[in-house]
Design a protein around this ligand. Sequence first.
Ligand code: UDX
Length: 453
Amino acid sequence: MKRITVVGTGYVGLVTAAGFADLGNRVVALDIDEAKIAQLRRGDMPIYEPGLAEMVERNVKAGRLSFTTSYAEAIPGAEFVFIAVGTPQAVNGEADLRYVEAAARSVAEHMTAPLIIVNKSTVPVGTGDWVAEIVRRHQKEPIPFSVVSCPEFLREGSALYDFMNPHRVVLGSLDPEAAEKVAQLHLPLRAPILITDLRTAEMIKYASNAFLATKISFINEIANICEALGADVKEVARGMGYDPRIGPLFLEAGLGFGGSCFPKDVQALARMAEDMGRHPQLLHAVLDINADRRRMAVERVAELLGGDLTGKVVGLLGLAFKPNTDDMREAPSIDIARGLLERGARVRAYDPIAMDNARRILPEVEMMPDPYTLAQGADALMVITEWNEFKQLDLERIRDAMRQPVLFDGRNIYDPARMAELGFVYRGVGRGHPLPEAVRNGAPPPGSNMAHP
Ligand code: UDX
């Protein structure tokens, strides 16, 4: 049993705190937000994450997990302090490190014994060294400490599973002994542990997220080309995925990536590169392609409705940036709803759990109680989030409720042939499009040097 303090009770902090407590450690979770700590003490979770409430309850009852707003209570006696505060994005794409700075300073002011400070937040490369400097400057007396970077790779919606079953644990420090101690904490997870230097560990996080975002933009670019040439991107991805050098995951074409990590991290990495005089062309392309997905979705629905969206009723199936979360951060639904509204459409939406959060961001969008009410009198429906419940809909009932059976499937959850059979005017992404005129009737393939036979 080790004594751990986790600073920050957002997604990462709360999951890390609950996870380490469940592994048998004594964990104090600290947040400066008093309302949030009061809520957690009542057993009420500030975020939706499957299994989290139960895990928190179990560990609070067992006396392994507690919540506080007081550094004076949480720091003395701790052997490890995990910093898991938010690193929001400033308007110019830079990471805003004010919460990291405040946390480091408070930890320094309250430490009374040697400490290992572990940074979980996604921070620009070089932050670990900067944190060490802040701590040194704000200590009341020089007490030894080490800074270790331990980036998180948790996905929302399966964050607890990911914590307990990591593909790897990355640790970076200038102090190998401290890194080794943090490695010990992770031993029960039986994952490969990579110990490296601070900056390299910080970079591994950005490079991993940028690579995954690139995979998504890549398949979205391929989807665009598939549409133009009459190929099916879902099958293309399947065919590519068997090659172990490519792999089958993260090749789902759709409306692009959202959420709290990919958009922010790719921009931050590009920004770091530019600040150092480099030209991150690929990263810019990844972001451009992603922004285009949202414009494309609006364009596609306008096309399906004859070009003019004025007064048309468009229903959004799903609002969250991905299924199994109520998180609206950088959700494609935001840009898509705004794009539709700008073009004069009336927009309504249904999401199993994100509507409360969405109301604040999209006050002009009318929230509906279920998919069938959403479909009532709609000129078009758009699948924005691939919730399982949308895969099970009674599509005949949906079709009959609509004013016109137009469905744009932004996540490719339905089968184009079946949708056509049901009488829908259906478009998927990179599939389910009518073959363009230019490539019909045995015409020479585009990109070849052949003339018409
Ligand atoms: C991600 C990383 O997976 C995680 O390792 C990191 O720590 C934080 O960022 P998360 O943002 O929770 O996690 O979501 P994830 O499930 O990875 O999906 C990210 C976005 O990509 C979603 O908007 C999703 O819809 C989109 N996506 C994902 C695709 O469009 N296609 C895919 O094939 C996969």
